[in-house]
Design a protein around this ligand. Structure first.
Ligand code: GLP
Length: 240
């Protein structure tokens, strides 16, 4: 694994955004696997700046997001569709038809999972951007005795709902389930860019990157991927 530790959030964000811009400039039709949560917000902001200054165009880029809450409409400000528009898509020149997320309002969850998997099977991601949950989850693949390879609906762990409650007005409003790409789909990306910030994640970073490969720490499966870049701030990397 290529682990890069940055002394400031600003430097990490800039490095990641430049890395994405370079990838897109080398391959204008790049396929990006994208993530939500607080971690990538600064990276998307820098990418928007780079787009505005003419350094990168998303005109031929295609994106697939990792996950979406079940039961939230795209215009609900807590949905990941809304988040992606707010932080990236509405500020760049990506054609709306090139953007993909699981549909949180789908009436038939099994059919929605199959639809998303069929799309993912057609287009291997050039890179999959990932954040890391406190319990080692990636996307919404929660620690368990077994993990699913493909897209599935997952019951969110209480700790995950509590961690994400800060974005909602109360814990009750946090959905109890989400669609997520499976670990198999994540590992099919040609490259993985894992980004983690903050002292509170230092322990799980160490476990995920240097501990045993186990479904109880879904991010530890990234150790099996041949091309992983890990971007950490000093706090998240302090136990390595
Ligand atoms: C959320 C998301 C993940 C994200 C993680 C960390 O539950 N589903 O994709 O990486 O938790 O979130 P944050 O970056 O806000 O710490």
């Amino acid at each position: 694994m290529d682990i890069r530790i940055f002394e400031s959030a600003e430097k990490l964000d800039l490095h990641a955004a430049e890395w994405f811009s370079e990838l897109i400039n080398q391959k204008p039709g790049a396929v990006l696997g994208l993530a939500t949560g607080s971690t990538p917000i600064g990276i998307y902001a820098k990418l928007v700046e780079q787009h505005r200054s003419g350094k990168v165009s998303f005109a031929e880029v295609t994106t697939y997001n990792l996950d979406e809450y079940v039961g939230l409409t795209p215009d609900n400000d807590q949905s990941y569709a809304y988040y992606m528009n707010q932080h990236l898509f509405s500020h760049v020149d990506i054609p709306p038809g090139n953007v993909h997320l699981p549909d949180g309002m789908a009436l038939d969850p099994a059919a929605e999972c199959a639809r998303y998997d069929a799309l993912l099977a057609e287009h291997a991601a050039d890179v999959q951007l990932l954040g890391l949950g406190h319990n080692g989850h990636i996307g919404f693949n929660e620690p368990d005795e077994q993990l699913s390879s493909g897209t599935h609906v997952v019951a969110l762990k209480e700790e995950t709902r509590q961690a994400n409650a800060r974005f909602f007005s109360s814990l009750d409003e946090v959905p109890k389930a989400a669609y997520t790409m499976g670990v198999g789909s994540i590992l099919k990306a040609k490259q993985i860019l894992l980004v983690v910030r903050g002292s509170d994640k230092a322990g799980i970073v160490k476990e995920a990157l240097t501990g045993p490969v186990t479904t109880q720490v879904p991010a530890s499966l990234l150790q099996l991927h041949p091309n992983v870049i890990v971007l950490l701030d000093q706090e998240a990397g302090r136990l390595l």
